[in-house]
Design a protein around this ligand. Structure first.
Ligand SMILES: C[S@@+](CC[C@H](N)C(=O)[O-])C[C@H]1O[C@@H](n2cnc3c(N)ncnc32)[C@H](O)[C@@H]1O
Length: 189
C-alpha cells in the first residue's frame, strides 16, 4: 500500500481543506503514507495512524525513517471492535470505504461523526466511479478487483454524499487530488 498511495498522498497533502486541521485521525492508516505527506505539508498538524498493531509497527518504522516522531503517532485499535480515540478535528479514511459494503461504510462514518469535535471534518481519499458506474475504465476495473478480493467496491460521489449525509455530516465537497484520486470532505455541524 505504501508504494501504491505514496504519490497520491502528495497530491492529497496540498488540499486547502486540510490546512484548517490540527489533530487528524488516520483510520486504517496503513504505512502512514497519507499522514506523513500531510504532516510534511502542514507544520501545525498532529496525526494519529490508527490501525491493527502489526501494521502500526510498520508505520512506526516509516515515521522514524522520515523523522516525524514528534507529530505522527500510532494507535493500535481494531476499528470495528474497540473504542476510537477522541479529540480530533479531522478524521481521514484513505482507501478504506472501497474495502467495505455500504452498511459497514455507514458504521465507519457514524463512528467518525461521534468522535469528531463540532466543526470537525471527515475526509475520504478514494477513486470515485462516475454516476453511470461505467468509468473511468481504470476505476471500473479497480472496482471489479474490490468486488472479487475485498468486501467493497468503488463508490460514486453521490453514494459518498448519501453515506456522509446519513451520518449527520453537511457541507459535502469533492475535489481531484492525484490521478483518479479525489478528496471527499464533509463537516460535523
Ligand atoms: C487499503 S489499506 C489503506 C491503507 C492507507 N489508508 C492508505 O491509503 O495507504 C486498508 C487498511 O485498513 C486496515 N484495517 C483493516 N481492518 C482493520 C481493523 N479492523 N481495524 C483497523 N484497521 C484495519 C488495514 O490493516 C490496512 O492498513
Amino acid at each position: 500500500m505504501h508504494a501504491t498511495t505514496f504519490a497520491a498522498a502528495r497530491g492529497l497533502a496540498g488540499q486547502d481543506a486540510l490546512a484548517r486541521v490540527h489533530k487528524l485521525l488516520d483510520v486504517g492508516g496503513g504505512s502512514g503514507s497519507l499522514s506523513l505527506a500531510i504532516a510534511a505539508h502542514y507544520p501545525q498538524v498532529h496525526c494519529t495512524i490508527m490501525d491493527l498493531e502489526p501494521v502500526c509497527a510498520v508505520a512506526r518504522e516509516y515515521v522514524a525513517k522520515y523523522g516525524f516522531e514528534d507529530r505522527v503517532k500510532t494507535a493500535a485499535v481494531d476499528m470495528f471492535h474497540e473504542p476510537w480515540p477522541a479529540g480530533y478535528d479531522g478524521v481521514l479514511f484513505g482507501n478504506i470505504f472501497h474495502d467495505w459494503d455500504v452498511d459497514t461504510c455507514q458504521f465507519l462514518a457514524q463512528r467518525a461523526f461521534e468522535i469528531l469535535e463540532p466543526g470537525g471534518t471527515i475526509f475520504l481519499h478514494e477513486m470515485p466511479l462516475n454516476d453511470a458506474k461505467d468509468g473511468p475504465l481504470t476505476v471500473a476495473c479497480f472496482s471489479i478487483s474490490m468486488l472479487l478480493h475485498e468486501k467493497g467496491k468503488q463508490y460514486t460521489s453521490r453514494e459518498f454524499k448519501a453515506m456522509l449525509t446519513h451520518a449527520g455530516f453537511t457541507d459535502f465537497r469533492i475535489v481531484p487530488t492525484f490521478g483518479y484520486y479525489h478528496l471527499v470532505s464533509a463537516t460535523k455541524p
